[in-house]
Design a protein around this ligand. Structure first.
Ligand SMILES: Cc1cc2nc3c(=O)[nH]c(=O)nc-3n(C[C@H](O)[C@H](O)[C@H](O)COP(=O)(O)OP(=O)(O)OC[C@H]3O[C@@H](n4cnc5c(N)ncnc54)[C@H](O)[C@@H]3O)c2cc1C
Ligand code: SF4
Length: 307
């Protein structure tokens, strides 16, 4: 059994209190804890204070807000997946929530936690002793990247199932900090330059809501993984047709999802294959994953209704 390191815990009952606590040095937001707590056991993160929103039920509410569905960042993936508006109008989002881990993890894990999920790598998401035997790596406790030894950065892969779908649906993230609130498209939340700094949140900022436009062109979610029962993606694809063209957002291949556009929908699989080059951050063969980019985009496109 891997023990948790020592930490303090707070659950403020006002948003102001939550933001104050989140801004303290060493603090970190605890949502469902399904990624953060195992990572702490692996000594990947060592926060001194975990800040919970469990006394702020309004941050877990899901409600219709004009043309948007407003989803509290602390709503569980299960609540999102089961919401009648999501099922009726945003089925790709329901599909994406349903492919995260298992139903028990979906009952704890939140949509906000999924959007803020750390990047992953086969050399990083390992217990401390495993990593030490290798001398660590750039992302944790070392000074070399085992994926690209001559590179200067980290290529750990963004692997959050709901993000490609939310990106193509045109969703926006509402972010609160002690200096105020801002809204950014989900597509602008991620930075592909380095797997250590993939998320564009300032220290102390908290994702409070995700606003999803309800009536856009349909989107299709397609996840490639080895075990259908539970597995992180070897490849994540979302596709949206627009007139005679189409767009794909492809993830699990680098620090941020990659968007590919085609003026003619039938060109999208080849364009995606030319653009997306997965690296050795996953246990699955890189050549196979590259091959599957074209296959997965074609499958998603075939399943996507013409608007
Ligand atoms: C066995 C297993 C399998 C898994 N498989 C998958 C999978 O297939 N696909 C997938 O996408 N995920 C998977 N996960 C990861 C995880 O369960 C999900 O990504 C989940 O949605 C994370 O949400 P959470 O609420 O548990 O986040 P937490 O673990 O609580 O937090 C994750 C990170 O986000 C930060 N954070 C959380 N909420 C906010 C917020 N509102 N504002 C700012 N920062 C915040 C936390 O500080 C932390 O750094 C798996 C996990 C396990 C244990
Ligand atoms: S890509 Fe390189 S630096 Fe980043 S986690 Fe993997 S081995 Fe470490």
């Amino acid at each position: 059994m891997l023990p948790l390191p020592r930490f303090a815990w707070q659950a403020p009952d006002t948003l102001h209190g939550l933001l104050d606590a989140a801004a303290r040095p060493g603090a970190r937001i605890l949502a469902g804890g399904t990624d953060l707590l195992p990572s702490m056991k692996h000594r990947l993160h060592r926060p001194s204070l975990l800040v919970s929103a469990r006394r702020l039920p309004e941050l877990a509410a899901i409600y219709e807000d004009g043309d948007d569905l407003c989803i509290g960042a602390f709503a569980t993936l299960r609540a999102v997946r089961r919401h009648p508006v999501v099922r009726a109008e945003l089925p790709a989002l329901a599909d994406a929530c349903a492919t995260v881990a298992t139903p028990t993890i979906q009952a704890m894990g939140t949509l906000g936690g999924n959007l803020c999920l750390d990047t992953r790598c086969a050399f990083y998401n390992q217990p401390e002793g495993w990593r030490q035997a290798l001398g660590g790596c750039l992302k944790a406790d070392g000074d070399v990247c085992h994926v690209a030894r001559k590179g200067a950065g980290c290529y750990a892969a963004h692997s959050a199932d709901t993000v490609p779908v939310l990106w193509l649906l045109g969703a926006r993230a509402r972010i609160a900090g002690r200096r105020g609130t801002r809204e950014v498209p989900v597509s602008e939340l991620y930075d592909g330059a380095d797997g250590r700094r993939w998320l564009r949140l300032e220290p102390g900022e908290v994702l409070t809501h995700v606003l999803v436009p309800r009536r856009g062109a349909p989107v299709v979610h397609h996840k490639v993984r080895l075990r259908a029962s539970i597995d992180y993606a070897a490849l994540l694809v979302a596709v949206r047709r627009e007139g005679s063209g189409a767009r794909a957002v492809i993830s699990a291949v680098g620090p941020a999802p990659v968007e590919v556009r085609a003026a003619r929908a039938e060109e999208l699989p080849d364009l995606a294959h030319a653009r997306v080059k997965p690296l050795g951050t996953h246990v699955v063969s890189t050549a196979w994953r590259r091959h599957m980019v074209r296959v997965a985009v074609r499958r998603a496109l075939d399943a996507c209704p013409v608007p």
